[in-house]
Design a protein around this ligand. Structure first.
Ligand code: BTN
Length: 272
């Protein structure tokens, strides 16, 4: 994949580690951090035995069936945006910017139904094609984040049926499949460029683009944040990447949780 990276992008990475099999590229990145590494590293694997997903889920990672990679990235302290007055964490915008980067790398290989679901899922035909897991650690005087990216490349119908939610893979849409090294390089180039932009200007310049790709914009959704379920109309994200939800009690700013299409709009009944 090194050939797919421009010299400028390559020089922002200290090392690229390629593994045949790891438990999880995110865990591998966190181990590098614990071992004292203090510069940006990229970890790529052909397979993961314990791929991690959001909200404690697993990420099915059979050999050569997906892209599995994690970027260990250190934010320059001087350029990290301070928490907004509204308490939005700066990593919220980063998670959405990562999803935009993955979307842009995949769009040439997918139909027009490619879209985003807040905060950072990439879906095609309302089925999940790529997922992103950010893991943040606090260390004195530096701000490391692990950005884990998984893209389903080549899953058979039987592998797809092992996943308890609707999934898609690139082999449904693109024949031949793009070379995985090229795709990984393309995602990283876009991501590292977008992170620079984000560090300079924040999330605001990405907002319009993100909202134009949001498959639930303007529709009735349910937000499940483990503590409660909120039903309302999705009004898109604000300049910090928080989701704006128009509920019967007024507008809510949502900073965490998962979006589902509302049962009320789908079936004409109120969700319990
Ligand atoms: C999600 O649940 O949507 C997030 C999935 C993230 C999966 C990727 S695969 C590479 C990296 N390593 C992991 O263990 N998880 C992420």
């Amino acid at each position: 994949m090194e050939q797919s990276l421009s010299e400028a992008i390559r020089s922002s990475l200290h090392e690229i580690h390629v593994h045949d099999l790891v438990d999880s590229t995110n865990l591998q990145a966190l181990r590098l951090l614990e071992s004292g590494v203090r510069d940006n590293h990229l970890i790529v694997a052909n397979a993961q035995s314990s791929g991690r997903g959001r909200r404690g889920r697993n990420w099915l990672s059979p050999a050569y069936s997906g892209l599995y990679m994690s970027l260990l990235y250190f934010f320059p302290a001087t350029r990290l945006h301070a928490k907004g007055a509204d308490n939005t964490h700066p990593y919220q915008g980063l998670s959405l910017v990562t999803a935009l980067s993955v979307f842009d790398a995949l769009r040439d290989f997918c139909p027009d139904s490619l879209g985003l679901k807040w905060p950072n899922d990439v879906l095609v035909d309302h089925r999940k094609l790529a997922g992103i897991l950010l893991e943040i650690r606090t260390i004195t005087d530096c701000f490391p984040v692990v950005i884990g990216i998984g893209v389903n490349l080549n899953l058979s119908p039987s592998q797809r049926s092992k996943i308890d939610r609707p999934v898609s893979a690139l082999n449904e849409w693109s024949d031949p499949l793009p070379a995985s090294e090229m795709l990984a390089g393309q995602i990283m180039s876009l991501l590292l460029t977008n992170i620079e932009h984000y560090l300079r200007d924040g999330f605001a310049p990405f907002r319009t683009c993100w909202n134009s790709r949001d498959i639930y914009l303007g529709t009735e959704v349910t937000i499940d944040n483990d503590r409660q379920q909120l039903v309302g109309k999705s009004m898109g994200v604000d300049t910090n990447g928080a989701l704006l939800l128009q509920t019967s009690d007024g507008e809510e700013r949502i900073s965490g949780g998962e979006v589902f299409p509302s049962l009320r709009s789908a079936a004409g009944v109120v969700q319990q």
